[in-house]
Design a protein around this ligand. Structure first.
Ligand code: FAD
Length: 373
């Protein structure tokens, strides 16, 4: 990739990781970001050992450890009773980040690697070809040897390669909130399984904060934008039959966001004539395995490695797809499957699901996905 011009659209987790990895292969990388600042809404993100392996490969292991909390395990709970099955998180680094801290770290790493990150650059269109072209909303046009679409769920580049596609509502909505941590818990993830609902909590920033995500099955449609606010009372009402310690956490929530969970297909076309996709733009993943960002990190690393080895861009992109396709499909399927297991109504089935999850290590993605580490 030495001396090749690369444009990456989107300065999210996937775009910034890919930018750094490609710059380390000698490419001249520019990232175009529509927002006026590189920032993330306040919420947590779990980086499992496979994602941490990418941070380590990017030379960020120490900084990543300093900024995050090491998870000691995942505890499964029945919604009305106490702890059920603590999962041992043996091996690998399973880290809990505030999203803003992870994005800041990746942004810093990209700049250190010589990447140009340009803000307020909304991409309107991309035209694949021998010299792929990017058109900005401002009317400006840019050319490169390779354009990478890391522009997230509503990707303009995905649409350019694959046409328009309607996602479908899964019948589930999710709330997320961050509170000051009133508990002694400093290093574990909890997952509370209940009929038609589940709730996840984990500590952030050396345990000073607690991240809460709660999911409920619901027929009525809610928008996919996860920046819209909701009334905390709606969340409390939906989880009113949970154990008192969980309700006490919900009582502390002052601001909460609500969004609808939608299924999108993995894009059939991954790349064409110098334009490629990664992360949520390529394979949006339901959050039930905490793997969307981890997959975006892996994509960025594998993309750069495949291009670094290839003689030309197209064979490099073909290798990228060949190395990622089966794994991405497996993770997207496993995430969707967890949604069913977490929400079983019949108590013996819930017990069986918890036991099965523990055996498969499926709520501990580091175990299931260890192959990358
Ligand atoms: P994004 O992070 O969406 O970044 C896309 C970027 O592109 C944005 O900065 C956007 O502004 C920019 N952009 C978009 N369009 C344009 C345009 N036209 N021009 C220029 N710029 C553009 N994953 C995990 O691995 N672990 C977790 O614990 C986890 N928890 C989650 C919790 C919640 C509440 C949610 C919603 C998701 C969670 N995920 C988690 C999933 C994860 O956040 C996403 O999969 C991940 O952020 C995708 O990264 P990305 O870089 O592909 O896209």
């Amino acid at each position: 990739m030495k001396g090749r011009k690369v444009i990456i659209v989107g300065a999210g987790i996937g775009g910034l990781a890919a930018a750094t990895a490609l710059a380390r292969q000698g490419a001249m990388v520019t990232v175009l970001e529509q927002a006026e600042a590189i920032t993330e809404a306040g919420a947590g993100i779990q980086v499992s050992p496979n994602g941490f392996a990418v941070l380590r490969a990017l030379g960020l292991a120490q900084e990543a450890c300093d900024l995050s909390t090491k998870a000691s395990g995942v505890c499964l709970y029945d919604y009305q009773r106490g702890p059920v099955l603590p999962l041992d998180m043996a091996g690998g680094q399973y880290r809990l980040f505030h999203r803003a801290d992870l994005i800041d770290l990746l942004h810093w790493a990209a700049r250190r690697a010589g990447v140009r990150v340009l803000l307020l650059q909304k991409v309107r269109e991309v035209v694949p070809g021998p010299e792929p072209l990017v058109r900005l909303a401002s009317g400006a046009e840019l050319c490169a040897d390779l354009v990478v679409g890391a522009d997230g769920l509503h990707s303009v580049l995905r649409q350019a390669l694959n046409g328009e596609e309607e996602p479908f509502f899964t019948g589930q909505v999710a709330w997320r909130a961050v509170i000051d941590n009133p508990t002694e818990r400093r290093d574990d993830v909890t997952l509370h399984m209940a009929p038609h609902r589940h709730l996840v909590t984990y500590p952030l920033r050396q345990g000073r904060q607690l991240n809460i995500v709660a999911v409920q099955e619901r027929a009525a449609w809610v928008g996919e934008d996860w920046r819209q606010q909701d009334d905390p009372e709606a969340l409390r009402a939906a989880f009113a039959d949970f154990a008192p310690d969980v309700r006490a956490l919900l009582d502390r929530i002052e601001t909460v966001h609500l969004w609808g969970l939608f299924r999108h297909r993995i894009a059939p076309v991954w790349h064409r004539e110098g334009v490629a996709l990664l992360g949520d733009a390529l394979h949006p993943t339901l959050p039930f395995l905490a793997q969307g960002a981890n997959m975006a990190l892996e994509d960025g690393w594998v993309l750069a490695e495949a291009l670094g080895r290839a003689e030309a861009i197209e064979p490099g992109l073909a290798e990228y797809r060949a190395r990622r396709e089966a794994r991405v499909a497996r993770v997207v399927r496993a995430a969707s499957g967890n949604a069913r297991k977490y929400h079983l109504a019949f108590p013996p089935l819930r017990w069986a699901a918890r036991t099965g999850l523990r055996m498969a290590g499926r709520v501990a993605p580091g175990m299931m996905l260890r192959s990358f580490d």
